[in-house]
Design a protein around this ligand. Sequence first.
Ligand code: ADP
Ligand code: MG
Length: 246
Amino acid sequence: MKKLEIIDLHVEVNGTEIIKGVTLTFLPGKVHALMGPNGSGKSTLANAIMGHPKYKITKGRIMLDGKDITKEKANVRAKEGIFLSFQYPAEITGVTISNFLRTAVNNKREKKLSIIDFHNLLKEKMAELKMDPSFNKRYLNAGFSGGEKKRAEILQLAMLEPKYALLDETDSGLDIDSIKIVAEGIEKVRKQKAMGIILITHYQRILEYLTPDEVSILYKGKIIQQGGKELAKKIESEGFEGIIKK
Ligand code: ADP
Ligand code: MG
């Protein structure tokens, strides 16, 4: 069965155990919200799933559609269909969105796209996401507003078509209008490609526009509660405190 599974995962950063035995299943075409207060280990877990070398898996396994990828490097995991967006994307001076995406897309493909085919694909995806055609000429993340950074991220998703996308705090720093646009964009790619979306957030705001199929709460490196979309609602009304006390 197709799924991204993490089984009893333990992760260390600089010799400190941050993730302390997490088991989760992410399904294609579903939205799984991973919530928890700041410092719970959400970004650590995402980086470990992506294979960032600083995040050491000391125990447990990661299975991608039945294949053990625990020991694979990040570039292999990316090729196999895992995508991680960054909570704080860096500026890349002198690289346009278009050049960045062409490199990223071709890295993933056996058969490289010609420049013309790439631009046609990019144009099509940007139109679908209602993006201004001049956007791809901008330098990646240079002087981007919070909303623009996140839209660039969604364009990456649409172009790379990963099987499972880990979106880390995609809603942070966005006003409601931008959240709606980003949520719509995610929803579009999810539906088209049956992409599994792992939405990492400590707010429930974006979940009003992007209904989660499942919600898991991470706290101090462990999953302390799981449920459906009503769990996110509960957090909105009671805060994390209500759940943590129990
Ligand atoms: P969240 O994303 O839920 O806010 P993080 O995964 O960023 O939580 O952080 C969890 C804990 O791990 C924090 O105590 C943080 O200080 C620590 N941590 C995360 N990444 C690093 C790192 N690269 N170096 C040192 N400590 C880290
Ligand atoms: Mg984080």
